[in-house]
Design a protein around this ligand. Structure first.
Ligand SMILES: Nc1ncnc2c1ncn2[C@@H]1O[C@H](COP(=O)(O)OP(=O)(O)O)[C@@H](O)[C@H]1O
Ligand SMILES: [Mg+2]
Length: 248
C-alpha cells in the first residue's frame, strides 16, 4: 500500500498531517508513538472505516496494489473485504467457534455447504495453531475461550474470508505474556501470506515482530524505516527518546 500526503480531520481537529509511507507485502509494519498521535486513525484510513464516522475529512491518496482506494467507483464495503481487522480486545461473537469462523465466509459465498464450511474451519484453525486445542469443542461459544485463544480465533475469523491485508490495533493489550508470545509467533507465520500492519504500544513487541516501523508524534510521521534502523539508529532525537522509553 502507498499512503501519499494524507491529512485527516475530526471536525476542526487535525489528527494526521501530511503522512506519506509505503507498506510492503509479506512484512509486518508497526505503527508506534505516544497515545493520541494518530496510529488508529491512519489504520482506519487504510480500510476506509473512518468513512463511517461523521464530520471527518481526508485529503491525499491511499493506494492498494496501485489502485486509489478513495477513487470514485470504489465501493467501501467491497474494499473492506480485502482487509481483516483485529481489535484491541478480542471480540468473538457469542456463538460457536465454527459459527465465528464461518459467518463472513458464508455471507460472501466462499463456503456454500457444510463440508466446505468444516474444511474452512479446520484450515483456518490450523493456520492460527489452534486446531488441536479446540477440535473437540467446535460447538462451544467462542466467548468461552481464554483471552489468547479468543484473539487467535478472531484472526481465524479474519483470514477465513481471504483478506490481503491484516490490520491489528494493539491486539495484545488484553493478553498475558504467554498468549502474547503465541500471538507474536503467529504474526510471524502469517507474514508469508498477508501484508500486516500492527499498532503496538509495546516497543519490545514492535522490535520483535515488525520488519518496518513508523513513528508518529502529534499527527506527524516523524520517522519510518527498517525496524532495526528505527530502534538501533533512529535519525531523530524524538524517535530515540521514544524507543528508549524516555517518554510515551
Ligand atoms: N472519533 C473521534 N472523534 C474526534 N476525535 C478523535 C476521534 N478518534 C480519535 N480522535 C482524536 O484524534 C487524535 C488521534 O487519535 P488516535 O488515532 O486514536 O491516536 P492513537 O491511536 O495513536 O492513540 C487524538 O487527538 C484523538 O483524541
Ligand atoms: Mg489507538
Amino acid at each position: 500500500m502507498n499512503v501519499e500526503d494524507v491529512s485527516f480531520w475530526y471536525g476542526p481537529k487535525q489528527a494526521l498531517k501530511d503522512i506519506s509511507l509505503d507498506i510492503y507485502a509479506n512484512e509486518a509494519t508497526a505503527f508506534i508513538g505516544p497515545s493520541g498521535c494518530g496510529k488508529t486513525t491512519l489504520l482506519r484510513c487504510l480500510n476506509r472505516t473512518n468513512d463511517i464516522i461523521e464530520h471527518t475529512r481526508m485529503t491525499g491518496r491511499i493506494l492498494l496494489d496501485g489502485e486509489d482506494i478513495y477513487a470514485p467507483g470504489i465501493d467501501p464495503p467491497v474494499l473492506r473485504q480485502r482487509f481483516g481487522w483485529i481489535a484491541q480486545k478480542p471480540n468473538p461473537f457469542p456463538r460457536s467457534i465454527t459459527a465465528n469462523i464461518a459467518y463472513g465466509a458464508e455471507i460472501q459465498g466462499i463456503v456454500t455447504n457444510r463440508k466446505e464450511r468444516d474444511a474452512l474451519v479446520e484450515q483456518t484453525l490450523r493456520a492460527v495453531g489452534m486446531w488441536d486445542e479446540v477440535k473437540d469443542r467446535l460447538h462451544e461459544a467462542g466467548t468461552d475461550l481464554s483471552g489468547g485463544q479468543q484473539q487467535r480465533l478472531c484472526i481465524a475469523r479474519a483470514i477465513a474470508t481471504n483478506p490481503e491485508v491484516l490490520l491489528m490495533d494493539e491486539p495484545c493489550s488484553a493478553l498475558d505474556p504467554i498468549a502474547t508470545a503465541l500471538f507474536e509467533n503467529l504474526v510471524d507465520e502469517l507474514r508469508d501470506r498477508y501484508t500486516i500492519v500492527i499498532v503496538t504500544h509495546n516497543m519490545q513487541q514492535a522490535a520483535r515482530i515488525s520488519q518496518r516501523a513508523a513513528f508518529f508524534h502529534l499527527g506527524n510521521l516523524v520517522e519510518v524505516g527498517d525496524t532495526e534502523q528505527i530502534f538501533m539508529k533512529p535519525r531523530t532525537q524524538r524517535c530515540l527518546d521514544f524507543v528508549t522509553g524516555r517518554y510515551g
